[in-house]
Design a protein around this ligand. Structure first.
Ligand code: ADP
Ligand code: ASP
Ligand code: MG
Length: 419
Protein backbone atom coordinates (compact mmCIF):
# COMPACT_ATOMS: atom_id res chain seq x y z
CA UNK A 1 0.00 0.00 0.00
CA UNK A 2 1.57 3.28 -1.11
CA UNK A 3 1.26 6.58 0.71
CA UNK A 4 0.33 9.35 -1.70
CA UNK A 5 -0.05 13.08 -1.15
CA UNK A 6 -2.19 14.79 -3.80
CA UNK A 7 -2.19 18.61 -4.00
CA UNK A 8 -4.78 20.54 -5.99
CA UNK A 9 -4.25 24.20 -6.91
CA UNK A 10 -6.72 27.07 -7.17
CA UNK A 11 -8.05 26.52 -10.68
CA UNK A 12 -8.57 22.82 -9.87
CA UNK A 13 -10.71 23.82 -6.85
CA UNK A 14 -12.62 26.72 -8.45
CA UNK A 15 -16.26 25.78 -7.93
CA UNK A 16 -18.26 22.77 -6.88
CA UNK A 17 -18.12 21.05 -10.29
CA UNK A 18 -14.32 21.09 -10.24
CA UNK A 19 -14.22 19.98 -6.61
CA UNK A 20 -16.40 17.03 -7.60
CA UNK A 21 -13.97 16.10 -10.33
CA UNK A 22 -11.09 16.36 -7.83
CA UNK A 23 -13.05 14.05 -5.53
CA UNK A 24 -13.40 11.54 -8.39
CA UNK A 25 -9.64 11.59 -8.94
CA UNK A 26 -8.94 11.15 -5.22
CA UNK A 27 -11.44 8.30 -5.11
CA UNK A 28 -9.63 6.53 -7.97
CA UNK A 29 -6.31 6.85 -6.13
CA UNK A 30 -7.78 5.66 -2.80
CA UNK A 31 -9.68 2.77 -4.39
CA UNK A 32 -6.54 1.49 -6.06
CA UNK A 33 -5.36 0.68 -2.56
CA UNK A 34 -3.33 3.76 -1.60
CA UNK A 35 -3.39 5.76 1.63
CA UNK A 36 -4.21 9.28 0.50
CA UNK A 37 -3.76 12.72 2.02
CA UNK A 38 -5.02 15.66 -0.06
CA UNK A 39 -3.73 19.22 0.27
CA UNK A 40 -5.91 21.92 -1.28
CA UNK A 41 -5.61 25.57 -2.32
CA UNK A 42 -8.33 28.19 -2.07
CA UNK A 43 -10.54 28.65 -5.13
CA UNK A 44 -8.72 30.55 -7.92
CA UNK A 45 -8.89 34.31 -7.28
CA UNK A 46 -10.03 33.95 -3.69
CA UNK A 47 -6.68 34.68 -2.03
CA UNK A 48 -6.24 37.77 -4.25
CA UNK A 49 -9.69 38.93 -3.17
CA UNK A 50 -8.86 38.46 0.52
CA UNK A 51 -5.46 40.19 0.15
CA UNK A 52 -7.31 43.07 -1.54
CA UNK A 53 -9.58 43.48 1.48
CA UNK A 54 -6.56 43.69 3.80
CA UNK A 55 -4.89 46.35 1.63
CA UNK A 56 -8.12 48.29 1.42
CA UNK A 57 -8.45 48.22 5.20
CA UNK A 58 -4.89 49.57 5.62
CA UNK A 59 -1.79 49.70 3.38
CA UNK A 60 0.32 48.93 6.45
CA UNK A 61 -1.86 46.08 7.71
CA UNK A 62 -0.84 43.90 10.66
CA UNK A 63 0.55 40.68 9.07
CA UNK A 64 -0.90 38.59 11.93
CA UNK A 65 -4.40 39.72 11.07
CA UNK A 66 -3.69 39.40 7.31
CA UNK A 67 -2.96 35.72 7.99
CA UNK A 68 -6.28 35.27 9.80
CA UNK A 69 -8.04 36.69 6.74
CA UNK A 70 -6.16 35.02 3.88
CA UNK A 71 -5.92 31.54 5.46
CA UNK A 72 -9.71 31.30 5.32
CA UNK A 73 -9.85 30.50 1.58
CA UNK A 74 -8.29 27.09 2.10
CA UNK A 75 -10.51 26.30 5.07
CA UNK A 76 -13.52 26.59 2.76
CA UNK A 77 -12.14 24.29 0.03
CA UNK A 78 -10.89 21.64 2.48
CA UNK A 79 -14.35 21.30 4.01
CA UNK A 80 -16.01 21.28 0.58
CA UNK A 81 -13.71 18.55 -0.73
CA UNK A 82 -14.37 16.40 2.35
CA UNK A 83 -18.11 16.83 1.73
CA UNK A 84 -17.71 15.96 -1.98
CA UNK A 85 -15.67 12.86 -1.11
CA UNK A 86 -18.25 11.70 1.41
CA UNK A 87 -20.98 12.24 -1.19
CA UNK A 88 -18.96 10.05 -3.59
CA UNK A 89 -18.88 7.29 -0.97
CA UNK A 90 -15.32 7.92 0.22
CA UNK A 91 -14.90 8.38 3.99
CA UNK A 92 -12.98 11.62 4.48
CA UNK A 93 -12.39 14.41 6.96
CA UNK A 94 -10.62 17.75 6.94
CA UNK A 95 -7.73 18.64 9.25
CA UNK A 96 -6.93 22.35 9.67
CA UNK A 97 -3.27 23.42 9.96
CA UNK A 98 -3.68 23.72 13.73
CA UNK A 99 -5.21 20.26 13.98
CA UNK A 100 -2.61 18.32 11.97
CA UNK A 101 -0.54 20.20 13.39
CA UNK A 102 1.59 22.15 10.90
CA UNK A 103 3.75 24.31 13.18
CA UNK A 104 5.61 27.31 11.79
CA UNK A 105 7.77 30.20 12.92
CA UNK A 106 6.09 33.52 13.58
CA UNK A 107 7.13 35.29 10.34
CA UNK A 108 3.53 36.08 9.46
CA UNK A 109 2.58 36.14 5.74
CA UNK A 110 5.78 34.24 4.88
CA UNK A 111 6.09 31.73 7.70
CA UNK A 112 8.38 28.72 7.48
CA UNK A 113 7.22 25.26 8.51
CA UNK A 114 9.13 23.93 11.50
CA UNK A 115 7.36 20.63 12.19
CA UNK A 116 4.46 18.58 10.90
CA UNK A 117 2.89 16.06 13.25
CA UNK A 118 1.43 13.43 10.94
CA UNK A 119 -0.12 11.29 13.68
CA UNK A 120 -3.61 12.71 13.23
CA UNK A 121 -3.53 11.89 9.51
CA UNK A 122 -2.31 8.36 10.23
CA UNK A 123 -5.05 7.91 12.83
CA UNK A 124 -7.58 9.00 10.20
CA UNK A 125 -6.12 6.50 7.75
CA UNK A 126 -6.40 3.74 10.37
CA UNK A 127 -10.12 4.60 10.54
CA UNK A 128 -10.31 4.29 6.74
CA UNK A 129 -10.55 8.03 6.05
CA UNK A 130 -8.91 10.14 3.36
CA UNK A 131 -7.33 13.20 5.01
CA UNK A 132 -8.00 16.63 3.49
CA UNK A 133 -5.67 19.42 4.59
CA UNK A 134 -5.93 23.12 3.76
CA UNK A 135 -2.65 24.23 2.19
CA UNK A 136 -0.92 27.57 2.80
CA UNK A 137 -1.73 27.66 6.53
CA UNK A 138 -0.02 26.72 9.76
CA UNK A 139 0.01 27.71 13.38
CA UNK A 140 2.80 29.38 15.36
CA UNK A 141 4.94 27.02 17.38
CA UNK A 142 5.25 29.50 20.19
CA UNK A 143 3.61 32.88 20.57
CA UNK A 144 0.09 31.78 21.25
CA UNK A 145 -0.72 29.36 18.45
CA UNK A 146 -1.76 32.03 15.97
CA UNK A 147 -2.69 31.26 12.38
CA UNK A 148 0.14 31.78 9.86
CA UNK A 149 0.41 31.58 6.09
CA UNK A 150 3.40 30.40 4.07
CA UNK A 151 3.67 33.07 1.36
CA UNK A 152 1.83 33.10 -1.97
CA UNK A 153 1.74 29.73 -3.67
CA UNK A 154 2.46 28.11 -0.29
CA UNK A 155 0.11 25.15 -0.67
CA UNK A 156 2.85 23.42 -2.67
CA UNK A 157 5.08 23.68 0.39
CA UNK A 158 2.33 22.38 2.67
CA UNK A 159 1.99 19.35 0.38
CA UNK A 160 5.71 18.58 0.34
CA UNK A 161 5.97 19.04 4.13
CA UNK A 162 3.05 16.69 4.72
CA UNK A 163 4.57 14.18 2.26
CA UNK A 164 7.90 14.34 4.11
CA UNK A 165 6.23 13.87 7.50
CA UNK A 166 4.26 10.88 6.23
CA UNK A 167 7.23 9.35 4.41
CA UNK A 168 4.99 9.42 1.33
CA UNK A 169 5.97 7.47 -1.76
CA UNK A 170 4.98 10.41 -3.98
CA UNK A 171 3.75 13.98 -3.78
CA UNK A 172 1.62 14.72 -6.85
CA UNK A 173 1.06 18.42 -7.55
CA UNK A 174 -2.07 18.71 -9.72
CA UNK A 175 -2.40 22.02 -11.53
CA UNK A 176 -3.75 23.64 -14.71
CA UNK A 177 -0.78 22.66 -16.92
CA UNK A 178 0.43 19.10 -17.48
CA UNK A 179 3.99 19.59 -16.27
CA UNK A 180 6.97 21.90 -16.06
CA UNK A 181 7.84 23.53 -19.38
CA UNK A 182 10.92 25.32 -20.71
CA UNK A 183 9.00 28.51 -19.98
CA UNK A 184 5.44 29.52 -19.07
CA UNK A 185 3.40 27.78 -21.81
CA UNK A 186 0.80 30.55 -21.55
CA UNK A 187 3.36 33.01 -22.89
CA UNK A 188 5.22 30.78 -25.33
CA UNK A 189 2.91 28.18 -26.87
CA UNK A 190 6.00 26.52 -28.36
CA UNK A 191 7.48 25.84 -24.93
CA UNK A 192 8.51 22.21 -24.45
CA UNK A 193 7.34 19.99 -21.61
CA UNK A 194 10.20 18.53 -19.56
CA UNK A 195 9.71 14.88 -18.59
CA UNK A 196 12.23 15.36 -15.79
CA UNK A 197 13.96 18.33 -14.21
CA UNK A 198 16.51 18.39 -11.38
CA UNK A 199 15.70 19.77 -7.92
CA UNK A 200 18.44 22.32 -8.38
CA UNK A 201 17.17 23.64 -11.71
CA UNK A 202 13.57 23.66 -10.50
CA UNK A 203 14.64 25.53 -7.37
CA UNK A 204 16.31 28.21 -9.44
CA UNK A 205 13.44 28.41 -11.96
CA UNK A 206 10.89 28.73 -9.15
CA UNK A 207 12.96 31.34 -7.31
CA UNK A 208 12.99 33.59 -10.39
CA UNK A 209 9.27 33.37 -11.05
CA UNK A 210 8.22 30.01 -12.56
CA UNK A 211 5.26 29.88 -10.22
CA UNK A 212 4.27 26.33 -11.17
CA UNK A 213 5.93 25.35 -7.85
CA UNK A 214 6.60 27.57 -4.85
CA UNK A 215 10.37 27.91 -4.31
CA UNK A 216 10.29 26.65 -0.75
CA UNK A 217 8.45 23.50 -1.77
CA UNK A 218 11.31 22.59 -4.08
CA UNK A 219 13.97 23.32 -1.46
CA UNK A 220 12.13 21.19 1.05
CA UNK A 221 11.61 18.35 -1.43
CA UNK A 222 15.33 18.41 -2.24
CA UNK A 223 16.30 18.32 1.43
CA UNK A 224 13.81 15.62 2.39
CA UNK A 225 14.14 13.70 -0.89
CA UNK A 226 10.40 13.83 -1.55
CA UNK A 227 9.43 12.49 -4.97
CA UNK A 228 7.46 15.35 -6.53
CA UNK A 229 5.51 15.15 -9.76
CA UNK A 230 3.70 18.06 -11.46
CA UNK A 231 0.67 16.98 -13.50
CA UNK A 232 -2.66 18.21 -14.82
CA UNK A 233 -5.94 17.91 -12.98
CA UNK A 234 -7.76 18.79 -16.21
CA UNK A 235 -7.84 15.35 -17.78
CA UNK A 236 -10.70 12.93 -18.24
CA UNK A 237 -11.52 9.81 -16.20
CA UNK A 238 -9.53 7.66 -18.66
CA UNK A 239 -6.27 9.57 -18.12
CA UNK A 240 -3.26 7.49 -17.05
CA UNK A 241 -2.95 6.96 -13.31
CA UNK A 242 -0.49 9.33 -11.62
CA UNK A 243 1.71 6.34 -10.75
CA UNK A 244 2.52 6.04 -14.46
CA UNK A 245 4.21 9.45 -14.19
CA UNK A 246 2.39 11.34 -16.93
CA UNK A 247 3.69 14.74 -15.71
CA UNK A 248 7.09 16.20 -14.90
CA UNK A 249 9.11 14.40 -12.25
CA UNK A 250 11.62 16.33 -10.14
CA UNK A 251 14.78 14.23 -9.83
CA UNK A 252 18.33 14.39 -8.48
CA UNK A 253 21.26 15.18 -10.79
CA UNK A 254 22.42 11.55 -10.64
CA UNK A 255 18.98 10.31 -11.64
CA UNK A 256 18.80 12.66 -14.61
CA UNK A 257 21.90 11.27 -16.30
CA UNK A 258 23.85 12.94 -19.11
CA UNK A 259 21.52 12.36 -22.04
CA UNK A 260 18.77 14.68 -20.85
CA UNK A 261 21.16 17.37 -19.60
CA UNK A 262 20.69 20.68 -21.39
CA UNK A 263 22.75 23.86 -21.44
CA UNK A 264 19.66 25.95 -20.68
CA UNK A 265 16.73 24.40 -18.80
CA UNK A 266 14.30 27.25 -19.05
CA UNK A 267 13.33 30.88 -18.87
CA UNK A 268 11.18 32.49 -16.19
CA UNK A 269 9.74 35.92 -15.57
CA UNK A 270 8.52 37.74 -12.50
CA UNK A 271 6.32 40.83 -12.57
CA UNK A 272 6.02 41.01 -8.82
CA UNK A 273 9.14 43.02 -8.13
CA UNK A 274 9.35 46.75 -7.53
CA UNK A 275 12.39 48.93 -8.18
CA UNK A 276 13.49 51.46 -5.58
CA UNK A 277 16.14 54.12 -6.18
CA UNK A 278 17.72 56.33 -3.55
CA UNK A 279 19.51 59.32 -5.09
CA UNK A 280 22.61 61.04 -3.77
CA UNK A 281 23.46 58.59 -1.03
CA UNK A 282 26.77 59.63 0.64
CA UNK A 283 29.60 57.63 -0.95
CA UNK A 284 31.25 56.49 2.27
CA UNK A 285 31.71 53.29 4.31
CA UNK A 286 28.55 52.23 6.14
CA UNK A 287 26.15 54.06 3.79
CA UNK A 288 24.88 50.88 2.15
CA UNK A 289 24.42 49.20 5.53
CA UNK A 290 22.29 52.16 6.63
CA UNK A 291 19.94 51.47 3.71
CA UNK A 292 19.58 47.71 4.04
CA UNK A 293 19.53 47.34 7.83
CA UNK A 294 16.06 48.91 8.28
CA UNK A 295 14.72 46.75 5.44
CA UNK A 296 16.16 43.61 7.02
CA UNK A 297 14.67 44.65 10.37
CA UNK A 298 11.28 44.87 8.67
CA UNK A 299 11.75 41.32 7.28
CA UNK A 300 11.97 42.54 3.66
CA UNK A 301 14.07 40.57 1.17
CA UNK A 302 16.06 42.68 -1.25
CA UNK A 303 16.85 41.04 -4.58
CA UNK A 304 18.83 42.84 -7.32
CA UNK A 305 21.13 45.67 -6.20
CA UNK A 306 23.10 48.19 -8.25
CA UNK A 307 25.16 51.08 -7.01
CA UNK A 308 25.96 53.69 -9.63
CA UNK A 309 29.26 55.42 -10.17
CA UNK A 310 29.72 58.28 -7.71
CA UNK A 311 28.52 61.70 -8.84
CA UNK A 312 31.44 63.88 -9.85
CA UNK A 313 30.64 66.55 -7.32
CA UNK A 314 29.78 66.02 -3.70
CA UNK A 315 30.86 62.38 -3.16
CA UNK A 316 27.42 60.81 -3.52
CA UNK A 317 25.98 57.90 -5.48
CA UNK A 318 22.59 56.49 -6.55
CA UNK A 319 21.58 53.07 -5.19
CA UNK A 320 18.90 50.99 -6.96
CA UNK A 321 17.45 47.67 -5.78
CA UNK A 322 14.32 45.54 -6.03
CA UNK A 323 11.91 44.24 -3.39
CA UNK A 324 8.72 42.17 -3.72
CA UNK A 325 5.86 44.47 -4.76
CA UNK A 326 3.85 43.30 -1.77
CA UNK A 327 6.57 44.72 0.49
CA UNK A 328 6.79 48.08 -1.31
CA UNK A 329 4.62 50.16 1.07
CA UNK A 330 6.52 48.77 4.06
CA UNK A 331 9.89 49.37 2.34
CA UNK A 332 9.04 52.98 1.48
CA UNK A 333 7.88 53.54 5.04
CA UNK A 334 11.09 52.09 6.53
CA UNK A 335 13.30 54.11 4.15
CA UNK A 336 11.40 57.35 4.76
CA UNK A 337 11.84 56.92 8.48
CA UNK A 338 15.56 56.27 7.97
CA UNK A 339 16.12 59.24 5.60
CA UNK A 340 18.21 61.25 8.08
CA UNK A 341 20.32 58.25 9.03
CA UNK A 342 20.96 57.29 5.38
CA UNK A 343 21.23 60.86 4.10
CA UNK A 344 19.73 60.31 0.62
CA UNK A 345 18.13 63.02 -1.47
CA UNK A 346 15.14 61.43 -3.26
CA UNK A 347 13.28 58.13 -2.81
CA UNK A 348 11.95 56.89 -6.19
CA UNK A 349 10.03 53.73 -6.99
CA UNK A 350 8.69 51.95 -10.06
CA UNK A 351 6.42 48.91 -10.20
CA UNK A 352 6.34 48.72 -13.99
CA UNK A 353 9.35 46.44 -14.14
CA UNK A 354 9.84 42.72 -14.69
CA UNK A 355 12.66 40.34 -14.07
CA UNK A 356 13.46 37.84 -16.82
CA UNK A 357 15.88 35.00 -16.05
CA UNK A 358 17.65 32.27 -17.97
CA UNK A 359 18.42 29.12 -15.93
CA UNK A 360 20.59 26.08 -16.64
CA UNK A 361 23.23 23.99 -14.90
CA UNK A 362 25.12 23.88 -18.23
CA UNK A 363 26.12 27.51 -17.60
CA UNK A 364 28.76 26.31 -15.17
CA UNK A 365 30.82 24.93 -18.01
CA UNK A 366 29.79 27.09 -20.96
CA UNK A 367 30.67 30.72 -21.50
CA UNK A 368 28.53 33.07 -23.56
CA UNK A 369 25.09 32.55 -22.00
CA UNK A 370 24.91 36.10 -20.63
CA UNK A 371 26.31 37.55 -23.82
CA UNK A 372 23.60 35.80 -25.91
CA UNK A 373 21.00 37.23 -23.56
CA UNK A 374 22.20 40.84 -23.82
CA UNK A 375 22.71 40.64 -27.59
CA UNK A 376 19.23 39.16 -28.14
CA UNK A 377 17.53 41.78 -25.97
CA UNK A 378 19.61 44.59 -27.49
CA UNK A 379 18.61 43.58 -31.03
CA UNK A 380 14.96 43.94 -30.03
CA UNK A 381 15.56 47.34 -28.43
CA UNK A 382 14.87 46.03 -24.92
CA UNK A 383 16.73 48.08 -22.33
CA UNK A 384 18.34 46.31 -19.36
CA UNK A 385 17.93 48.25 -16.09
CA UNK A 386 19.71 45.86 -13.71
CA UNK A 387 21.51 42.51 -13.86
CA UNK A 388 22.13 39.74 -11.35
CA UNK A 389 23.72 36.33 -11.76
CA UNK A 390 24.30 33.08 -9.90
CA UNK A 391 26.25 30.01 -10.92
CA UNK A 392 23.33 28.68 -12.96
CA UNK A 393 21.24 31.81 -13.69
CA UNK A 394 21.35 35.23 -15.34
CA UNK A 395 18.55 37.72 -14.57
CA UNK A 396 17.78 41.11 -16.07
CA UNK A 397 15.32 43.78 -14.99
CA UNK A 398 13.37 45.30 -17.89
CA UNK A 399 10.25 47.37 -18.61
CA UNK A 400 7.18 45.32 -17.68
CA UNK A 401 5.55 45.92 -21.08
CA UNK A 402 8.41 44.08 -22.78
CA UNK A 403 8.22 40.91 -20.67
CA UNK A 404 6.40 38.64 -23.12
CA UNK A 405 8.55 39.76 -26.04
CA UNK A 406 11.76 39.20 -24.06
CA UNK A 407 10.74 35.71 -22.94
CA UNK A 408 9.75 34.75 -26.47
CA UNK A 409 12.90 35.96 -28.22
CA UNK A 410 15.16 34.43 -25.58
CA UNK A 411 13.32 31.10 -25.81
CA UNK A 412 14.09 31.05 -29.54
CA UNK A 413 17.65 32.34 -29.12
CA UNK A 414 18.58 29.48 -26.77
CA UNK A 415 17.05 26.90 -29.12
CA UNK A 416 14.25 25.91 -26.72
CA UNK A 417 11.29 26.18 -29.13
CA UNK A 418 9.48 22.89 -29.76
CA UNK A 419 10.07 21.39 -33.22
P1 ADP B 1 -1.96 26.29 -8.90
O1 ADP B 1 -3.11 27.19 -8.63
O2 ADP B 1 -2.35 24.94 -9.40
O3 ADP B 1 -0.98 26.24 -7.78
P2 ADP B 1 -0.26 28.15 -10.31
O4 ADP B 1 -0.99 29.21 -11.06
O5 ADP B 1 0.34 28.51 -9.00
O6 ADP B 1 -1.24 26.91 -10.17
O7 ADP B 1 0.89 27.52 -11.23
C1 ADP B 1 0.59 27.02 -12.50
C2 ADP B 1 0.92 28.06 -13.56
O8 ADP B 1 2.32 28.25 -13.61
C3 ADP B 1 0.58 27.67 -14.98
O9 ADP B 1 -0.75 27.98 -15.30
C4 ADP B 1 1.58 28.47 -15.82
O10 ADP B 1 0.97 29.60 -16.39
C5 ADP B 1 2.61 28.92 -14.80
N1 ADP B 1 3.99 28.63 -15.19
C6 ADP B 1 5.02 29.52 -15.11
N2 ADP B 1 6.15 28.97 -15.53
C7 ADP B 1 5.88 27.70 -15.89
C8 ADP B 1 6.67 26.63 -16.42
N3 ADP B 1 7.98 26.77 -16.65
N4 ADP B 1 6.05 25.45 -16.66
C9 ADP B 1 4.74 25.29 -16.43
N5 ADP B 1 3.94 26.28 -15.93
C10 ADP B 1 4.49 27.47 -15.67
N1 ASP C 1 -4.15 30.24 -2.05
C1 ASP C 1 -2.76 30.63 -1.85
C2 ASP C 1 -2.31 31.58 -2.94
O1 ASP C 1 -3.08 31.89 -3.82
C3 ASP C 1 -1.85 29.46 -1.72
C4 ASP C 1 -1.77 28.56 -2.92
O2 ASP C 1 -2.67 28.57 -3.77
O3 ASP C 1 -0.78 27.82 -3.04
O4 ASP C 1 -1.21 32.05 -2.89
MG1 MG D 1 0.55 27.54 -7.18
Amino acid sequence: MARIVMKFGGTSMAGIERIRSVAARVKREAESGNQVAVVVSAMAGETDRLVGFCREASALYDPREYDVVVASGEQVTSGLLAIALQAAGVPARSWLGSQVAIRTDAAHAKARIRTVDAHAIEAGWAAGEVAVIPGFQGVTEDGGGRVTTLGRGGSDTSAVAVAAALGADRCDIYTDVDGVYTTDPRIVPRARKLARVTYEEMLELASVGAKVLQTRSVGLAMKERVRVQVLSSFTGPDAPMAGDLPGTLIVSEEELGDVERQLITGIAHDKNEAKITLTRVPDKPGAVAAIFAPLADAGINVDMIIQNVAHQSGGSTDVTFTVPQSDLPRSLDALTQAQDAIGYDELLHDTRVAKVSVVGVGMRSHAGVASTMFTTLGQRGINVQAISTSEIKVSVLIDEDETELAVRVLHTAYGLDAG
